[in-house]
Design a protein around this ligand. Structure first.
Ligand code: PMP
Length: 283
């Protein structure tokens, strides 16, 4: 089956899908994106993703290209046309095509690209054994709350992780606090059983998975403390995990060369993994 992409109002063969070389996404990374999970053919947490998209657009003074309703229709159609059962939908909006000049162009039309694909199930070992993360300095700009396509530090961080045979890179700021992963949010479970994840500010992205998992944890009467945590605290934690649309809840059992807790996925992480899985299946 050949894949289909949505580009500026048209469904086109994936192999032919293109935007102009003077698209500001290409020239300046002047754009935003969303990645949504598809479970059993249905989009997960659509409204939360659309809320975050709206916020990113407002923060960058970008016009939306289409209404939420129209976007939802395109998402459904792209899932259908690509026969996605379990996978992702990717949306990108950029400020559009204009002569290269840093300042916003006049009368520029926001470009929209939507793609979708199936993603094979992850190896069971990831959940059963957990993963390792390495740490890198957080060298990003001061607006990491915006889901911008400008991801070069994240790309370099993930490449560092890959080169080190690790699953993810956790970024550490100048105060020694873990901010987040290159494409995931970071969590620890303290010996007291409290869950810790960094509070929302301009240093991290407000992950949709983070939001949903926070709600699920609180419904389980778990204590959740949103505050910065240091690398030393993470190393001394009884459990650690990471969350994202594509990684779900993934146990972290090693940070650099230090084992976390018993070095195996802990019960709190496992419980949250299962609850989040039920959440996805129940949509
Ligand atoms: N932080 C960063 C930097 C990310 O890129 C992502 C994934 N887009 C996340 C956190 C997790 O966000 P979500 O749960 O919405 O996928």
């Amino acid at each position: 089956m050949s894949r289909v992409a949505y580009v500026n109002g048209r469904y086109v063969p994936f192999v032919d899908a293109a935007v102009h070389i003077e698209d500001r996404g290409y020239q300046f990374a002047d754009g935003v994106y969303e990645v949504m999970a598809v479970r059993d053919g249905r989009l997960a947490d659509l409204e939360l993703h659309l809320d975050r998209l709206d916020r990113s657009l407002v923060e960058l003074h970008m016009e939306t290209a289409m209404s939420r309703r129209a976007l939802a229709v395109v998402f459904e159609e792209i899932v259908r046309r690509n026969r996605v059962a379990n996978g992702i939908v990717y949306l990108q909006m950029t400020r559009g095509v204009a002569k290269r000049d840093h300042a916003f162009p006049h009368n520029c039309k926001t470009s929209v690209v939507v793609t979708a694909r199936n993603v094979p199930p992850r190896p069971a070992a990831i959940i059963e054994k957990g993963v390792r993360v390495v740490t890198v300095p957080d060298i990003r700009w001061k607006r990491c709350d915006i889901k911008s396509v400008s991801l070069l530090p994240n790309v370099l961080a993930k490449q560092r992780a890959k080169g080190a045979g690790a699953y993810e890179a956790w970024m550490v700021d100048e105060d020694g606090h873990v901010t987040e992963g290159s494409s995931t949010n970071a969590w620890i479970v303290e010996r007291s059983g409290d869950l810790i994840t960094r509070h929302l500010d301009n240093a991290i992205l407000s992950g949709i998975t983070r939001m949903v998992v926070s709600d699920l944890a609180m419904k389980q009467q778990r204590r959740l403390v949103e505050r910065p945590f240091t690398l030393e605290e993470a190393e001394a934690a009884s459990e650690a995990f990471l969350t994202s649309t594509t990684s779900f809840v993934t146990p972290v059992v090693q940070i650099n060369d230090v084992s976390v807790g018993t070095g195996t996925p802990g019960p709190v992480t496992q419980a949250l993994h299962d609850l989040y899985d039920e959440h996805l299946s129940g949509q």
